[in-house]
Design a protein around this ligand. Structure first.
Ligand SMILES: C[S@@+](CC[C@H](N)C(=O)[O-])C[C@H]1O[C@@H](n2cnc3c(N)ncnc32)[C@H](O)[C@@H]1O
Length: 254
């Protein structure tokens, strides 16, 4: 089966990298911590530059983690960060979420943060997540849901700019409202004990998200919306609070 055609909206420029390397397991992946114990075999799908992958590696002690990403440069960043941080139980590989390069039942824990919202066929990726987990293995995924975002001060121009970005991600094959569907997608794939919860991330300074979205919109030929975002991010009392949904589940024992 061929992989669906989609474009990863965020891209790999300096703004995107600055945006991703601020994350940590504590700040963005705390929902998985109750399941993380020493000795686990873990897979992190769509690992990006590997910051959260390495946080997980440090917590699993004698266990082993593989960070997988379709982009070779991200994989190289993960390898370099592991070497720089002296983390020896993490490895990084290129590969697709739609065809994970591992045999069935290879992992105890599958983590995937901020990937599924970019996929045209998230259900197909979820089937792969189930396949590579051992019976009883744990799923932990998280995505934003743009239906829950709070941004201000409100203005028609800001609303239009945010909607333009949402339209871009949808056109690229993603789903900006996938957060609220994660539980259903996991259950439909065959996971049990599925739980979902939401939280907010507040961007401070606003330029962390403002510049990222402006850059993508400019690149897409929408300079007027980019200009709106750049003006807005200088607003003294502006806010951008992003809703994240996390979903956990378990592969049935049989
Ligand atoms: C938003 S980044 C998330 C990185 C990291 N997990 C984090 O939350 O900081 C999404 C990553 O998924 C990767 N990606 C996108 N589509 C993919 C696919 N079909 N298979 C594997 N990786 C993919 C991208 O290359 C990118 O590095």
């Amino acid at each position: 089966m061929t992989a669906p055609i989609e474009t990863y909206t965020l891209g790999y420029d300096a703004y995107a990298m600055r945006f991703l390397v601020r994350r940590s397991l504590e700040s963005h992946g705390a929902f998985i911590l109750p399941f993380v114990v020493p000795g686990l075999e873990v897979l992190d799908v769509g690992c990006g530059p590997g910051v959260m992958t390495l946080d997980l590696a440090r917590r699993i002690g004698t266990g082993r983690i593989t960070g997988l990403d379709m982009n070779e440069a991200q994989v190289r960043m993960g390898v370099q960060a592991a070497a720089a941080g002296g983390v020896s139980n993490a490895q990084f590989e290129t590969g697709s979420a739609y065809a994970l390069p591992f045999p069935d039942a290879s992992f105890d824990l599958l983590f995937s943060h901020a990937l599924l919202e970019h996929l045209r066929e998230p259900q197909r990726a979820m089937a792969e997540f189930l396949r590579v987990l051992r019976p009883g293995g744990v799923l932990g995924v998280a995505t934003p849901d743009w239906g829950g975002f709070l941004f201000g001060p409100p203005s028609p121009a800001l609303t239009a700019a945010v909607q333009a970005y949402m339209g871009l991600q949808q056109r690229n094959g993603g789903d900006v409202s996938i957060g609220r569907r994660l539980g259903q997608i996991a259950a439909d794939a065959g996971f049990e004990q599925v739980r979902q919860r939401a939280r907010y991330e507040n961007y401070d300074p606003l330029s962390i998200i403002g510049e990222l979205l402006a850059f993508q919109l400019e690149d897409d030929g929408q300079p007027e919306h980019a200009a709106t975002l750049r003006a807005w991010q200088r607003t003294p009392h502006g806010m951008f609070s992003q809703a994240w949904v996390a979903c956990t589940g378990r592969k049935p024992l049989r």
